[in-house]
Every structure is written in C-alpha cells, then in structure tokens.
Design a protein around this ligand. Structure first.
Ligand SMILES: [Zn+2]
Length: 175
C-alpha cells in the first residue's frame, strides 16, 4: 500500500467531473490497489472520507468511515463506495461543521440533507444500498460532491462561519 498525495484546492482535478466504473474495472487489480491506497491515505491524514479526485484520479470512487461520530462499537471498517447515486429522503436540512483534506485547516458550516439513500457498488462490484442520516449522510454528500467537482465552500449559504482550525478550537467548540 502507499500513502498518496492529496490535491489541494486550486488543482483543476478537484473541479472536474469524475467518470463511472463498470464491474469489471472495479474488480481489476489497479482499482483494488487504488482503493487500498485511498484507505491508507485517509487513515494517515485522519480523514473521515476521501474521494478519488482528491488523489488525482478522475474516478467515481470514495472511501469513508461512516460510523466516525457514533458511539462506535469499533468494528465498522471504512467502506469504498463506487458510482454513488443519492436520493434525498424527506425535506430536513441541517447545518453543521465540515472540513476537507483538500482545504487544510479550514472549517465551515454547511447545510445538507439530513437523510439520504445511496445506491452504489461496493469494492467487489456488488450492488449496495445504504440508508444514512445526520453525520454519515453528511460525509456521503460531501464525498459525492467531490465526484462532480463540487467543494464544501460551494454549498455554504454564508461564509461567516469560515474559520481556521486554531480559531475553530478556540471559539467554536464548547468542550
Ligand atoms: Zn473533501
């Protein structure tokens, strides 16, 4: 496995639309290695999600640790999600903090659908359907946006909450 270089905001790869993969390609050795490398890269940088365009690959793949904010029984492995298609469930929108490995040391509050369904392939090329709400739903929406060249700044309705990480810790967290 390898730790990959993460593209930072300003790199055109982050603004391009990534392409879908078919089952055969998902199961190929290069894509399986890419997924392993993405998982290792996400862990190295303490991310909760990482999309292929962030490591300079224009493919509709992301990896995510979807239990990251739950009480955490600790046995949920990060998942690879391929060709995700999101359907919003209900009309609730919630605003919460987001960060991004491609926009280091910045946080901002972003409105997202509270509840979603996702159809996708897993890393074996099998069809999966996930139902997510709150934090995992936020992560999935953030990562799927990366596959369409969208960054979390684009989703903010105001930039008043944009803050550097130090100031976030100092002024925006109560604990
Ligand atoms: Zn991101």
């Amino acid at each position: 496995m390898a730790i990959l270089k993460v593209a930072r905001m300003g790199h055109p790869v982050l603004r391009a639309k990534a392409r879908a993969l078919d089952r055969t390609e998902i199961r190929s050795a290069p894509v399986q290695k890419l997924i392993d490398d993405m998982l290792q890269t996400m862990a190295e940088y303490h991310g909760v999600g990482l999309a292929a365009p962030q490591i300079h690959e224009g493919l509709r793949i992301f990896v995510a640790a979807l239990d990251a904010k739950d009480e955490g029984d600790g046995d949920d492995q990060p998942l690879a999600i391929i060709n995700p298609e999101i359907t919003v469930v209900g009309s609730d929108v919630v605003e919460d903090w987001e960060g991004c490995l491609s926009i280091p040391d910045i946080r901002g509050r972003v409105p997202r659908a509270r509840e979603i369904k996702v159809r996708a392939f897993d890393r074996r090329g099998d069809r999966i359907e996930l139902h997510a709400h709150d934090f995992p739903a936020r992560v999935i929406q953030h990562e799927t946006d990366h596959l369409d060249g969208v960054l979390f700044f684009d989703r903010m309705t105001s930039f008043e909450t944009l803050t550097f990480l130090d100031e976030y810790s100092r002024y925006w967290t109560k604990d």
